[in-house]
Every structure is written in structure tokens, then in C-alpha cells.
Design a protein around this ligand. Structure first.
Ligand code: PGA
Length: 258
């Protein structure tokens, strides 16, 4: 079972729609110059909602191999939910991926595993791939409880999913202490938790499902550290924050083995 590497750039609340167009064009140019093969690595940008239509226009207009995602989705299909964006609205814009349960949503918007589970389900039901985030804070890591902590998040996030739905989903392990801090987990730390997640999927489902599911690492990934992280057997890609805001840097991350 070969898992195609996935390099996803989470822009968070950065860049207006004009800056978004500029970044996507720059990324496309940098990858084209390097003869990038999109069939070997998926490259995904995840802009704020207000940029998605502009990103769609440049990606489709220039037939770019870059895909795009959203940073969140409503659990509701439509109706009186001020400020929310539905899965169907995202699907209409050609969105392929939806990040669910990012630690910033969990922390600032009180999202629990059950909400993460509902959002991942909504993404799948609308034909998009959830990128389900999990990860421990510093206190949990210091206590040596990171593996059980993350596995409990995984159990909650995948509750009620079929094996096919899990295999279609993407998991992103992001230790909170490594997000935006410049402090990267070692490749061994990343491997330890990504491998434990894969074992858990094989226990909850089967070996085949575990072997098919892509598991990313996220937290201060840069072009200078991505190769060592990607060399680990159970790491299938990266969810990149800060370093995805610069075309040249993110193109190097996407070419991690170049
Ligand atoms: P970072 O963010 O790369 O800036 O650490 C990662 C993330 O939050 O997905």
C-alpha cells in the first residue's frame, strides 16, 4: 500500500484574497521551475474562507496541480447559524480538504472530540477529505502521557466511522508545544506518535485500513527539517503553518526529497 505524501499549508488568519492569489501563483511558479511532479506529492493550500474563491479562480484558470482546503466547517447543513460556513458551500468552491479540530479551534472555540467527529463526518458526507488534528500540550508531554492522550482524541474523532471512511481521511499529529514556537518535535517524537496512531487504527479496524490512512506531522516544519521528519516510516506528510506563507519556502517543503 503506497500512501502519496501530502504537504498542506495552513495559512491560518493570514493573507487577504489578493495576497492569496500572489502566493498561489508564486508557489505554482516555484514548483513548475523545479519540474515538480504532482502525482508523487499532493500540495494543498488552506487559506481563510474569504480567499477560497480567488484561489479557485487562479488554480482552475491556470490548470494548476495545487489543491486547496478550508480551515473549518459548520456541522450544520444550512440555516440560522450566523458566521458559519457549510460543507456544501465549500464543495461548490472546489475545496478538497477540510481541517477539523486544529488545536487553535479546540483552545479558542471550545471544540471537543465530539465536535471534531461531527465535522469530519460532514466533510466526508460531502465528498471532501477531513484533516483531523490531534496533539498534546506541554504539560501532557512532560508527564509522559502524550501517546494515550492522542489516542483518546483519535478514538473520539473517529467514533462511528467505517473502515473506508477512515482510510479516506487524513490524521495530523501536531504537538501543541511545537506549533508556531520554532520548537520542532524530533523526527523520533513524530514517528513515535504517528506509529501509535497507525497501530490504534489497526486495532479499531484492520491492518489494511491502517496502511491506507495518511498521517501527517505538524509543528514548526520548515524546509530545513522536513526531510528528516519525512524519512520516518509512519509520517506521510506535513501540516505547515508559518512556513507555508512564503512561496519559495513552501515549495522547498513540498520537494522534501529534492
Ligand atoms: P507552524 O503551525 O508550522 O507555524 O508551527 C502548524 C500548524 O498549526 O498547523
Amino acid at each position: 500500500m503506497t500512501r502519496i505524501p501530502l504537504m498542506a499549508g495552513n495559512w491560518k488568519m493570514n493573507l487577504d484574497h489578493l495576497e492569496a492569489i500572489h502566493l498561489v501563483q508564486g508557489l505554482h511558479m516555484a514548483l513548475t521551475d523545479a519540474n515538480f511532479d504532482y502525482s508523487k506529492t499532493e500540495v494543498v493550500v488552506i487559506p481563510p474562507f474569504t480567499d477560497i474563491r480567488s484561489v479557485q479562480t487562479v488554480v482552475e484558470g491556470d490548470e494548476m496541480g495545487i489543491k486547496y482546503g478550508a480551515q473549518d466547517v459548520s456541522v450544520h447543513a444550512s440555516g440560522a447559524y450566523t458566521g458559519e460556513v457549510s460543507a456544501n458551500m465549500l464543495k461548490k468552491l472546489g475545496v478538497s480538504y477540510i481541517v477539523v479540530g486544529h488545536s487553535e479551534r479546540r483552545e479558542y472555540h471550545g471544540e471537543c472530540d465530539q465536535k471534531v467527529n461531527q465535522k469530519a463526518r460532514v466533510a466526508l458526507e460531502n465528498g471532501m477529505t477531513p484533516i483531523i488534528c490531534c496533539g498534546e500540550g506541554l504539560e501532557v508531554r512532560k508527564a509522559g502521557e502524550h501517546v494515550p492522550h492522542v489516542l483518546a482524541q483519535i478514538d473520539g474523532a473517529l467514533a462511528g466511522f467505517s473502515a473506508e471512511e477512515v482510510a479516506k481521511s487524513v490524521i495530523a499529529y501536531e504537538p501543541i508545544w511545537a506549533i508556531g514556537t520554532g520548537e520542532v518535535a524530533t523526527p523520533e517524537d513524530a514517528q513515535e506518535v504517528c506509529a501509535a496512531i497507525r497501530v490504534r487504527i489497526s486495532e479499531l479496524y484492520d491492518e489494511e485500513t491502517a496502511a491506507a490512512t495518511r498521517i501527517l506531522y505538524g509543528g514548526s516544519v520548515k524546509s530545513s527539517n522536513v526531510a528528516d521528519i519525512m524519512a520516518k516510516a509512519d509520517v506521510d506528510g506535513a501540516l505547515v503553518g508559518g512556513a507555508s506563507l512564503e512561496a519559495g519556502e513552501f515549495s522547498k517543503i513540498a520537494r522534501f526529497d529534492a
